[in-house]
Design a binder for this molecule. Structure first.
Ligand SMILES: C[S@@+](CC[C@H](N)C(=O)[O-])C[C@H]1O[C@@H](n2cnc3c(N)ncnc32)[C@H](O)[C@@H]1O
Length: 460
């Protein structure tokens, strides 16, 4: 991360936040707004044990150029973590691990009250010096350390912090979740997921193929098609077909067109919840000479839309009367683990509170959604995926496909509010927890299983 400044303070006393925590937060915000990478310790990491917390702190202490010790009371200076932090950093300075310095920002106390190790560093009084003055002092001190050519770096970082949104392509319209298939790395993950989950989709797809075997030509609508790879793969054995893939994101549709090698597949931008859905889909159907679709297929789409019921209702209008819908959705209630000491459960519980999160339990709701929107003969195809029999690489791929995405929602929250300590802490927590989960997935002592649900239903 390349932290420049570390803020050390006592977080709580008698189960209440200290004033120093709020001072530290203000200083953190002031510095990050000015583009300084500031480390503000995240106590929630203590949930993983002291070793985990220390690991994160130690990494930061190995790289910062400045530590600010905030203590409004003398005893805070020797409180467990505050002391650990300044003591370790002081050792790092003395042993030349870092070329750093310490500033103290203290309440009313005698010089003799301050531990000898940090007594002779530059000190400021909390009651007579504002947080902004301390912040400016820190920026000046950092600037002095940088040589003339590096000096503009601080300005530069500020720009990067505020404009680092190249992956943040705006949704055309408001959707329920922050999910963004154009996010860095997401194409690769979706591709991997598409390949791995083929066996889950095929029983439903083959069932529909058999029901429609009297038709000469099959028209397929792939909703929320993403890069189009999954839809094309699932219907590749349909002899005479036309696929139209639609997705809300224009850059994703452009990429789907680029990747498309099938003359009978077409990709168009469309919001499934558009007010004018009927007209917009009709324009697309006219373009390809389609009267109605025979199959409407969607892989991991309904949990991301604002209103799945309205989406299903919209789709009825472009489906032939004897047409079918096929939706793959998962449900976190089907997760089973052994040997992770409750880690995955912890991650899932935390994830439910992520900003802009999608519906993690939609799988079980599909029969209800389909029946209330007029579809009939609902069939649920379940396929159990498990680590049993997998080698190391396959286990890690399973982890990547199912869990690595989970930092995206926090990164998006941080993009929206780059100075939010809460968003930063949540991202750090999830990053750390997922790192541990990846380690666990690599171990043969860990077992994981999940049921993938594919629902199939007929229009009439
Ligand atoms: C998890 S991805 C799945 C992509 C593809 N089906 C696959 O399995 O690789 C969900 C896709 O739904 C799209 N999406 C979300 N809301 C949508 C909406 N209201 N209308 C159309 N597409 C939407 C997203 O842009 C994203 O590409």
């Amino acid at each position: 991360m390349n932290y420049q400044v570390f803020i050390s303070f006592k977080n709580t006393e008698n189960n209440e936040f200290t004033n120093d925590k709020f001072l530290s937060e203000r200083l953190y915000k002031y510095l990050t707004e000015k583009g300084i990478n500031t480390f503000y310790s995240n106590m929630s990491l203590l949930e993983f044990g002291e070793a985990a917390y220390k690991e994160v702190i130690d990494d930061a202490l190995d790289e910062v150029t400045l530590m600010v010790v905030i203590a409004s009371k003398q005893e805070y200076l020797t409180s467990k973590w505050c002391k650990y932090e300044w003591h370790t950093y002081q050792q790092n300075i003395l042993t030349n691990i870092v070329d750093g310095s310490i500033i103290t920002y203290l309440g009313e106390m005698q010089l003799s009250d301050v531990p000898t190790a940090i007594r002779h560093y530059q000190s400021f009084n909390i009651n007579s010096t504002s947080v902004e003055t301390i912040g400016d002092f820190i920026i000046n001190a950092l600037n002095k350390k940088l040589n003339a050519t590096q000096a503009p770096k601080i300005e530069q970082t500020l720009q990067n912090n505020t404009l680092n949104n190249s992956n943040n392509i705006e949704f055309k319209k408001k959707t329920a979740s922050y999910y963004d298939s154009s996010f860095a790395g997401e194409y690769k993950r979706l591709k991997l997921q598409g390949e791995s989950l083929r066996p889950c989709d095929m029983p439903g797809v083959n069932y529909v193929k058999e029901q429609l075997n009297y038709k000469d030509k099959i028209y397929i609508l792939d909703v929320g098609c993403g890069y189009g790879v999954v839809g094309r793969d699932r219907f590749k054995d349909f002899p005479n077909k036309v696929i139209v893939g639609v997705d809300i994101l224009e850059p994703v549709i452009n990429k789907a067109r680029e990747l498309n090698d099938d003359p009978n597949a077409h990709y168009e931008c469309l919001d499934l919840l558009s007010e004018n859905f009927d007209e917009e889909i009709e324009i697309i159907m006219d373009k390809y000479g389609i009267k109605k679709f025979d199959i409407c297929f969607g892989a991991y789409i309904l949990q991301h839309v604002k209103d799945p019921i309205k989406t299903l209702r919209n789709l009825r209008c472009c489906l032939s009367d004897d047409g079918y819908v096929i939706f793959r959705q998962s449900d976190e209630g089907t997760y089973l683990t052994y040997g992770d000491d409750g880690l995955l459960k912890k991650i899932c519980e935390r994830y439910l509170k992520a900003p802009g999160i999608d519906d993690r339990f939609i799988g079980r709701k599909m029969p209800y959604f389909l029946e209330t929107t007029g579809y009939k003969d609902v069939k649920m195809f379940g396929t159990f995926i498990t680590t049993s029999g997998m080698d190391y690489d396959e286990r890690i791929n399973l982890y990547k496909m199912r869990f690595s995405l989970r930092t995206m929602y926090y990164k998006k929250a941080l993009e929206k509010d780059p100075y939010s300590i809460e968003a930063k802490n949540e991202l750090e927590w999830m990053t750390y927890a997922l790192d541990k989960l990846q380690e666990v997935f690599g171990s043969p002592a860990f077992w994981y299983g999940e049921t993938m649900l594919v629902s199939v239903a007929k229009k009439k």
